[in-house]
Write a protein that binds this ligand. Sequence first.
Ligand code: SF4
Length: 709
Amino acid sequence: MSTKKVHTFCRICEPYCGLLAEVEDGRIVSLTNDKDHPLHKGFSCHKGIRYLRVHQDPDRLNHPLRRGNARSEERGDFAQVSWDQAATDIGAKLNDIVRRYGDKAIAMYTGNPIVFSSSFFTNAEALTAGFGAGPRFGALTQDCANKFAGSEAIYGAFLVHPFPDFLHTDYFLGIGCNPAISHMAFMEVSDPMAKLRAIKQRGGKTVFINPRQIESATPETGDVLQIRPDTDFYFLAGLLHEIIFKIGYDRQRVEKHAKNLDELIEFVKGWPAERAASVSGISLDAIREIAREFCAAPAASIYMSTGVNQGSQGLLAYWMLNMISLLSGNLGKRGGNLHSVGFCPTAQFSKRKQDQPFFQSEFGEMRAIAGTLPGNLMAEVFESRQNPVKALIVVSGNPLLSIGGEARLRAAMQGLELIVVLDIYRSATAELADYVLPATDFLEREDINTLGLGHQLEPHVQYTPAVVPPHGERREDWWILSRLLQAMGRPSLLDDPQPKPFAAVEAMLQYSGLSLDKLKELPCQTAILPETNPEDLFRFAVQNDDGLIDCCPEVFRRGHASAERHWRALLAEPKDQLKLITRRNGLMVNSWMHNLQVHKKSVHMTNPLWMNPQDAESRGLFGGSEVSVQTDFGQVQAELVFDETLRPGVVAMSHGWGQSKAYGLTTARRFPGVNVNQLAAVGPGTFDVLSNQAQLTGINVKVTAIPSP
Ligand code: SF4
């Protein structure tokens, strides 16, 4: 028997936690946290460790599948075909579609998991551009397009997101985040909870702003101020107003690095803390105290995440957040918000290409952010009269469950001539496909941690070999897309008899005098890099041509009217209006990990509606009963579960559920839950036109009892 241990790392979320795999006779027999890892030192969460069950799941795809029945039949009749047959068929169909409808008829959708693959991430442009000029969609417009659009406008580059320096900060303000559960996005940090506890241990303070009493708020970290959902912009604007008009700031220092300060001041003038207090549920005194404490701390840092991003004003909120950091003197300061270069500066790769991103379309004014159109318009774009889409390639994504209005999108997808899905599972979206192509999981793939570049709290670079070769006929995504391009007769990475999917990675590593070979020689294949220089934010991150941070980009000024409208609407709402927020749990990530039996226990067997008992009592609703949750756009039925951690007036559900039609997922289908995104608005006028961000949280809902039969 041959046995070996392989140091590898998780690729589910940003921390890229070190894992140790034990391999016997070519099979992985255990996966644990890696205590030898020089940075993570054994930290990981159970999702990373349980990924071995994903790797071993009998429902995994092992061969290319071709549909034999009409797409109108809910359950696909899939049969195994060879890679050559699948590629030849798909290539011929795509070429035929392009011949009949032109170069814009092939749409693509890329999901979240694929961005953790460095061979895809660093070749994404080449791998997708070859399919023509058709529309591109992605998961980002469901949870973070506001941040991309915000940074593109402020810093001139959509991949610049100054992160809180947990290691040195004296004050941390975290809004709409829950590090204990989500481990932080747009920031590569190992064991964030330990670092939050350390802030308090060294005499600092953490304050969370969230509608829930979140798991991250403990006596060892800090308290939560329970904000009314979707009012974060007003809260942040109120803080900035206090800084500008009451506390004061160093104008000379700000203007050394930034422009359009007077325009920012003019905007913020209209949003004093009093207005924030009137709608946010956070008192005027509390807002003022936070502003004072933030500015008085030797170093203060600020961060927001999905709970704000998915609201109706995530872009404006992110603008305020960055300006609070800048004007309080904490941007580019140790203990404040930083930009880390890591092993290679990458901000310039996302530099804004045009000053005026908007264009007129048959659906009104539109833009692309990071090349991506609004997911809320996906169905309309497919059915465009001017440029109809006839083929869709989905790379590691599940748009049916992640975009609002599942029924609308399902109907639009029915009208496509060809759907090709690359995935590790036959997901709900894959069930609609004509071809489902089996991708490798992260244990079958060579990689390094590229996604965190720019956002690493502790700069490092780690390499993993493929722990085991791909099972069955699974292939890496770069190979599959290249094979399809090759079948279309278009240039691809496979034109090289010895394809080099890591050529860009190697070039990037050279910046730090590293190479894949050098990394392979290091303990856990990991190089620890020098601590971030706070000045790097100004030297490497800012990509505006004049080298200055833009305090008031033109695109934001347009937000004033919508902020005013939304504030008035909030004031006019009835006192008992319920607001639905999305709630993550520690077992699932979006629609991933739903097929693991080990995750189906207690409250995680379904997707309940969480409600504060006070709200239930005032409506005559009972815990454990079935309720109807309604918006103007949809209705779902769910079990009511009491949750005293919710602010009264707030209810919560998780997204990523609704697996009843995912016939390839045995366990997920047995515990389907309900797709809460069916309650969200979709179509023209339902998303933030400035950023393409969908609103998936802070939604007004009505909850009523369903009479028992
Ligand atoms: S925190 Fe994220 S990267 Fe780390 S083990 Fe868990 S899922 Fe994986």
